[in-house]
Design a protein around this ligand. Structure first.
Ligand code: ZN
Length: 183
């Protein structure tokens, strides 16, 4: 069998049968060139496999990044929940502590009712004072102020409609961009 055939066997990945293996081993024992070729080829295969392991495919890094992002998001949500939960717990504890310190629950409720009544009284008083203040100013000023406030309200409505329109337009463009990206 020719030297070339043995070289082909060395470099080919397809498995050899027992007879071919025996022939190759016999030739390798006799031929230094083929021994060198086999050794060199095995070394390069080894190097290729090592680099493949060290440099993962881009697909892998993309997947890993996505996973990392998801994990970050989940951690953030968990942290927010912990903050909300501990705030609620703190408020609850503070309320309980207040109830205990202020004597009894009935005292606490009575105090709550008194303070809410006071707040209500304060607000009512404020409104009536505001009403008398408005009545106090000359009618021409009141009229001018009314026109001014209607103008401000109109501007606000126009601004709001513009913002809504803009947001909808952006949303449509975004959806179209998504369709292009999928194509
Ligand atoms: Zn040879």
């Amino acid at each position: 069998m020719s030297h070339k055939q043995y070289k082909y066997w060395i470099l080919d990945d397809s498995p050899l049968n027992a007879e071919e293996k025996r022939l190759l081993q016999a030739h390798l024992a006799a031929c230094g060139d083929c021994r060198k070729l086999k050794k060199g080829w095995e070394k390069s295969l080894h190097a290729i496999r090592a680099t493949e392991r060290k440099n993962p495919t881009p697909d892998f890094s993309v997947r890993w990044q996505a996973k990392l992002q998801q994990e970050k998001k989940r951690n953030r949500i968990v942290r927010q929940r912990v903050i909300i939960f501990s705030s609620l717990l703190l408020i609850g504890l503070a309320l309980i502590a207040y109830v205990i310190l202020s004597g009894s629950l009935t005292a606490f409720l009575a105090h709550m009712i008194t303070s809410s009544t006071q707040i209500l009284l304060f607000l009512t008083k404020g409104f009536s004072e505001l009403a008398s203040l408005i009545n106090g100013v000359p009618s021409i000023v009141r009229w001018a102020l009314g026109v001014f406030f209607i103008g401000v309200a109109n501007m606000f409505v126009i601004l709001l409609s513009y913002l809504v329109w803009k947001a909808r337009k952006n949303h449509k463009e975004w959806q179209r961009a998504g369709v292009y990206a999928e194509e």
